[in-house]
Design a protein around this ligand. Sequence first.
Ligand SMILES: [Ca+2]
Length: 314
Amino acid sequence: MRITLPIALVLLTVVAALHAQETPEIDVPLLGENLIVNGSFELSPVGPVPPGEVPEGWSDEAYGADGQLTIVEDAAPAEGSKALQVTVTQQNPNSGIHGPFIEIDPTQAYIQFGWQKIDASSRGSNMPYGRQWFDADQQGADQEISRSYNYLAKPDVPPGEWGFTQQILLPDPTPDDGKFAANEIPANARYLKVWALAYNWHGIGYYDGLGLYRVDYASMARERILGAMDEADADAIRAEIEAALPNVPEGLELRTRATDLLAEQARISREAAQEQQRPVLDWMADETRTPEMLRELDALRWELKIEALLRAVG
Ligand SMILES: [Ca+2]
């Protein structure tokens, strides 16, 4: 059957809407599968998780506590039917789950997200949800363990309501200073473990819809860079400059500058258009440089015109 274009567009819109419902507030393109296995806890039977065990896909109960985990039929919006319940008490104030080692590429971008809730009867809360980074030997990415993990911001919702939280993780742009921000991937990181905890608190908390995905940073950067080039009419400016250059004598600073700028514009366009995988920091450098480069290109065009006029007069 041949699907006409308008119908195909409608189908695409429906698919996009369904996807949007699954991950309600994510507006970046994702690549591949969820790197967290059983992040929605749908693979686990309802009921208490036996002491010493964790839900399928997870690695260990945080703090080696003794059976404070339960799978309940109380899912976050559009997250199936089940969620993880974590109960912390004055006697056992710490629990939660650690995921297994997940291999990552520190030059790429990721997003971590999830739903959290605390029981309507619970006072206060402390449910740190985040990750620990590990190096190629699966040792903490920082020798100081407290500097090897970070948490997402907590959702701002009242007790009894599910709240969604997300964080985009980008390569550390300054790996040599020995520190990295909460949303940065340390340059030596090759693995992470997801942490979904209830810590130093007593009450009942819930986790559901936990996700970790590669972000398709290239497609966003490509659109921004090539869009800026189109908007500035870079091809037309380029053609004008190329046409004017033969009239500029060799050895003139203006000529060197024009040649360099044309080469840079060509490189950024070429690399933005290609499909080959590039480090996110390279994309970010080109995104930052493009508007300034386009301004310089435009200014150069006028300098060349003035130069040509002066020569005609002189
Ligand atoms: Ca679920």
